[in-house]
Write a protein that binds this ligand. Structure first.
Ligand SMILES: [Mn+2]
Length: 329
């Protein structure tokens, strides 16, 4: 049975489990939002461990090293934990290699996430999932603050990095994003520009050529008054999609081909979301069947991947169709 909780329910849950033995897990290729949340939460919950079964993103490994944190974590949930906390993810499939264990476990699972809530199956689940937060790190920061838990400057900085890196340069943000950033900056004396530099892309000139080439050879079209740019990316699709938005696209959809997989990334200006009520995460999930895969994410930044490489044309045309439904009245 799944039980939904609000912030006060989450707070009670964390307080009641302060000394429980906990395993904290995330989506596959965990990001800065996960690791910031996990580090801050593990300060409050001394019997917790961070479990990373596949790997973290290369960017996060760099951030951990730069900030003096270890980069290797437990590989197994193991018998020695009584509660599993899923951070920054709300479905088992997203957890990659941990998915089978999560869907079968009899242990209690607490979900703390800010993505579009999916109908998580699974038993013994307590779910806090609120899209009004722009990151899981914002949620953890608020919860620890309400509890009155002390937060070390190092952990606060990792939360700050999680908040900033999930905000896509403060575009995916709410008033709470700015409030929490401001509070943590004041608390730690950290410098925003320095942190922003630390987490920004370190893309080499040759890679930037690949991105520019991909954007140049992409399709550009106007749908309902907005510029959609889509095509193949020679680099990981999210990089080209990010750059396409900076270059002037309102919505960008790019795919990269791998040996046995195709991976799509979509990005959108938040003004387009507000104008038409488009949610890219929902769209990417709904049309992922075209590539026999999975999809999801935020309203303005989402992805989809699957083995069905030959379905890429259908995927793009379904994407355009979904946009047209909302944008052309
Ligand atoms: Mn996140």
């Amino acid at each position: 049975m799944q039980k939904k909780v609000d912030m006060s329910g989450l707070r009670e849950k964390l307080e009641g489990n302060r000394n429980t033995r906990i395993a904290m897990v995330s989506h596959s290729i965990g990001d800065a939002d996960f690791i910031g949340s996990a580090i801050a939460l593990s300060e409050y919950m001394p019997n917790s461990k961070i479990v990373v079964q596949d790997k973290l993103s290369a960017k996060v490994e760099g951030i951990l090293k730069d900030n003096g944190f270890p980069t290797s974590f437990q590989k197994e949930i193991g018998r020695d934990s009584d509660l599993i906390i899923m951070l920054d993810v709300n479905d088992f499939e997203g957890c990659g290699p941990l998915a089978p264990e999560l869907s079968q476990t009899k242990k209690e699972i607490l979900v703390i996430d800010h993505h579009f809530p999916k109908a998580a199956s699974g038993q013994n689940m307590v779910v806090f999932d609120d899209e009004r937060y722009s990151s899981t790190s914002n949620i953890i920061y608020r919860a620890l603050k309400e509890i009155g838990a002390p937060l070390s400057p190092q952990a606060a900085k990792m939360l700050l990095i999680g908040i900033i890196s999930d905000s896509a340069e403060l575009i995916n943000s709410t008033p709470g994003t700015f409030r929490d950033i401001s509070e943590i900056l004041e608390m730690t004396g950290a410098d925003y520009a320095a942190i922003s530099d630390e987490i920004s892309y370190d893309i080499k000139p040759k890679e930037r050529i690949g991105i520019i080439d991909s954007i140049c050879s992409s399709q550009k079209e106007v749908i309902g008054g907005e510029l959609l740019v889509h095509g193949e990316s020679k680099l990981p699709a999210h990089m080209t999609a990010d750059f396409a938005i900076k270059a002037g696209a309102d919505i960008a959809l790019f795919y990269s081909l791998y040996k046995k997989e195709i991976s799509f990334s979509a990005r959108m200006r938040s003004s387009v979301e507000k104008k038409y009520g488009i949610h890219l995460g929902k769209i990417m999930g709904e049309i992922s069947g075209a590539i026999e895969g999975n999809g999801g994410g935020h309203s303005c930044a989402a992805g989809s991947y699957g083995p069905g490489q030959e379905g890429y044309k259908d995927f793009i045309s379904e994407f355009r169709g979904q946009l047209a439904k909302k944008m052309i009245l």
